[in-house]
Each structure stands twice: as structure tokens, then as C-alpha cells.
Design a protein. Sequence first.
Length: 170
Amino acid sequence: MDFLSRRSIRKYKDIPVEKEKLDEILKTAIVAPTGHNAKGCEFIVFEKPEDVRKLIGVKSMGAVFLETAPAGIAVVCNTDKAKTWIEDSSVAAYTIILKAHDLGLSTCWLQLKERFGKDNRPSEEIFREMTNLPENYNVLCFIAIGYGDEERPSYTDKDVDLSKVHYNKF
Ligand SMILES: Cc1cc2nc3c(=O)[nH]c(=O)nc-3n(C[C@H](O)[C@H](O)[C@H](O)COP(=O)(O)O)c2cc1C
């Protein structure tokens, strides 16, 4: 897989994402590594553009791009099981992003944790109500998935700032 060509894409073609591809993506996310092997992450799949659009109201800023997204996956985690729920959910979310890229799909992360919607209501609360998410689960983010309809340049070696790498000592 070419990791450097992965970019966040916020405009999608009006083409549905094949169920087989969503299943492939979910398979990789389900076996993503978790702290203490807690495996507390679960996934809420949105397969219809009209359902994805309902999420626009969950957050007052940065969610308008969902307008054209045909599908997506919300990453939620059982906090009774997973003490490292944020880390576990982040790993699962990035796994979704990378597997989608591997399958020729584009994605963009929509942050829901510690974000706010209408009347300053926490996005997590609005999302919980919308999806019947139990109290012992938290939501981290929603990953929009679709066939990209905008060109964003691949990263190149020029973007790879090796001065950020330290060996043994900072
Ligand atoms: C934790 C996290 C939260 C993000 N939240 C949003 C978001 O709510 N809305 C959005 O449009 N992009 C969001 N992004 C995407 C970033 O804006 C994007 O990754 C960054 O601008 C770099 O661009 P690239 O992904 O094309 O390399 C988020 C990314 C991460 C990792």
C-alpha cells in the first residue's frame, strides 16, 4: 500500500460503497490491536447517504463535508471493558482509514469526542441519542467513506520531515 497518497477527502462521488468492501474494512478494524487485548471497540455502520447526512447536525463545525458521503463507520468502545478506550478506538479508526485506502476508497475522520453541536450540546450526547448508544459505550469519531471526487496531492518525500525522528535520546 502507498501510505503517502492517503489524504482526507471531503467530497465524494454519488456511488455507493460495495457491501463487500465495507465488510473487508470492518474485518480489519475488529482485529486491530487493543490495550490488554480488551477488544472493546464496536462499529456502527451507516450505509445510506441519507443516514450519513443526519450526522451533519451532530457537530456545529467541520461536518458539512458529510453532505456527499455515501457511507461511513462510527467507532464506539465499551468503557467497562477497555481502560484504553481512546487509544483502542484511534487505532481502529486509523485501521479503517488505511484499509479503505487499500481498497481504492477515500475517507475523512469526523471527530465526535469533545465536540459540540447545536445549543452547545456535546456531540457525544446527540450521537448517543441518535444511535441508542448505551451509557457504558463512548464514541470517538465517525469515518466517512466513499469514492473521492476531489484531487488532493499525495505526500512526497519533501513532506517527510526526518528531523522529527530521534534515536535513543530526544
Ligand atoms: C483526531 C482527528 C480529528 C479530525 N477531525 C476532523 C473533523 O472533525 N472534520 C474534518 O473535516 N477533518 C477532520 N480530521 C482530518 C484532518 O483535518 C486531516 O487529517 C488533516 O488536515 C491532515 O490532512 P490529510 O489527512 O489529508 O493528511 C481529523 C483528523 C484527526 C486525526
